[in-house]
Design a protein around this ligand. Structure first.
Ligand SMILES: [Fe+2]
Length: 308
């Protein structure tokens, strides 16, 4: 059973505990989420002008659309306002900024129909984020920038919370992906050929759970939840923001959601910044998660070639 809580005011410790048990938390827009989507809107509207960003795909050749995404996404990720707003947003939602670490927010687009489904607009098939090398306590925070519908948002598949899936995460190494996959994203054409961490069995995608919030509404879920971008059968491009957090309590004890089927290597542990002062995690914590600094780890030629 998966419980979905709306505007719950329970404390963060209890909420994290629930999230590690597959619960989902949904919030209506707050000052912080509104500020974050305002930054995204400002950049989107400047670059897609005179089109509305969610409708631009109907007015632009796909090459031009891709060019805009190439500029849009890094501009949003690196906008200094984001690093200021996210801690405020977390604080509003009860997080202890001294022990909560976050990564940079991503801006995602899911174009309608088959206009563009690769590279920077890659439609993420159902997956767990834990197949991409985070600690098992990673939490994901997701919010739409413009109005969404059930048919252009994302879906959860809660029946897989307790069910392992055969997948290719053993071929995924975050450090190697960073070196190769991300750079290649800019060069993808209509078909995406990058190695993804993905399910290797036919998934049962019914039942599914689609949560539709207003812009700036937010869904919080464990990185271990199976979720994905739904096929966008609407007329509008979905534009959303997501970022992740980890908490020192769970990192110190290496706890979090149960690991049923993640076998990736590498680690995202260096990506998270402390809510208070944007510093990285303590070196001793990083060392526990980064096998390259652990005795016995050898980076082999074979490992390196599997992923490129
Ligand atoms: Fe994801």
């Amino acid at each position: 059973m998966t419980n979905v809580f709306f505007n719950s005011d329970i404390g963060d410790d209890e909420r994290r505990n629930g999230l590690y048990n597959g619960e989902l938390y949904v919030y209506t827009p707050s000052t912080g989420t509104k500020a974050l989507i305002a930054v995204a809107r400002e950049i989107c509207e400047e670059l897609f002008a005179p089109c509305h960003p969610a409708e631009a795909q109907h007015h632009l050749p796909v090459e031009k659309f891709s060019e805009i995404l190439k500029e849009l996404k890094p501009r949003f990720i690196h906008d200094p306002r984001c690093k200021e707003i996210i801690p405020l947003l977390l604080q509003e939602h009860g997080c202890d900024l001294d022990r909560t670490y976050f990564d940079v927010p991503r801006l995602r687009t899911a174009a309608a129909g088959d206009y563009l489904n690769s590279g920077l607009a890659y439609a993420f098939k159902p997956h767990r984020d834990t197949w991409y090398s985070p600690p098992m306590c990673q939490l994901n925070w997701w919010l739409p920038v413009y109005d969404i519908e059930a048919d252009n948002g994302m879906a959860f598949y809660p029946h897989y919370w307790n069910r392992a899936i055969r997948n290719s995460s053993n071929e995924f190494n975050y450090q190697i992906w960073n070196e190769t996959g991300r750079k290649q994203a800019h060069h993808q054409g209509k078909e995406d050929t990058r190695v993804q961490s993905e399910a290797l069995e036919e998934l049962e995608l019914n039942p599914e759970l689609r949560l539709v919030t207003e812009p700036g509404g937010m869904i919080v879920f464990s990185a271990a939840h199976l979720h994905g971008t739904v096929p966008n059968t609407t007329q509008r491009t979905r534009i959303s923001i997501d970022f992740r957090t980890v908490h020192l309590d769970e990192l110190e004890t290496d706890t979090g959601a149960p690991n049923l089927d993640s076998h990736c290597t590498g680690t995202t542990i260096r990506d998270y910044l402390r809510g208070t002062d944007r510093t990285q995690l303590p070196e001793e914590i990083i060392a526990c998660f980064d096998e390259s600094t652990c005795p016995g780890f050898e980076s082999t030629e074979e490992t390196a070639t599997v992923h490129v």
